[in-house]
Design a protein around this ligand. Sequence first.
Ligand code: IMP
Length: 192
Amino acid sequence: MKLIFATNNDHKAAEIRSVIRQDLEIITLKEAGIDQDIPEPYNTLEENARTKSATVYAQTGTACFSEDTGLEVDALGGEPGVKSARYAGENRSFDDNITKLLEKLKDKPDRKARFRTVISLIWEGKEYQFEGVCEGRILEERRGGQGFGYDPVFVPEGSGLSFAEMDMEGKNRFSHRKKATEKLVAFLNSLD
Ligand code: IMP
């Protein structure tokens, strides 16, 4: 069965395909023929995720889910949070966002942070949400070349390695997205 994942981030699609049941074919927006950047105008991950999945469902009538993730840094009052993708400004790179984050955290001893993912699934016209959290800390400088986004500066609790120093299997042992996805998969499995 086909399930649209409302994203064009191939890293995220690969991460979710690596943990979801094989009889569910995950297709991205591009693969579903949807060439549209769905806006994320709200101040919460929950509302942004819901808007994305509801927009795609209204267009396709196919079961779909979206996810929205934010990096919440305690010393910055929860920033960048819902603004994680565009922290350094619209159309800025992952690297620019990290530079801004490290600058803002300079000389701050409290490095505590967490990734929080909210998945919104529209199934038979009804919405369900699933959350996954990964606690950790922000490094003083980048480490590792794998992954994406803030991975080079985030070390999850219980590990000495940054996310960017781990392969996908390693990251999945801790990942916020994996935890939220496990809840999604458990829900989908319970439908049979
Ligand atoms: P999105 O809106 O869900 O795409 O996520 C917002 C931003 O959070 C992304 O552009 C990334 O910078 C960051 N992000 C999301 N998930 C991860 C992750 O697993 N590792 C590192 N950064 C992430």
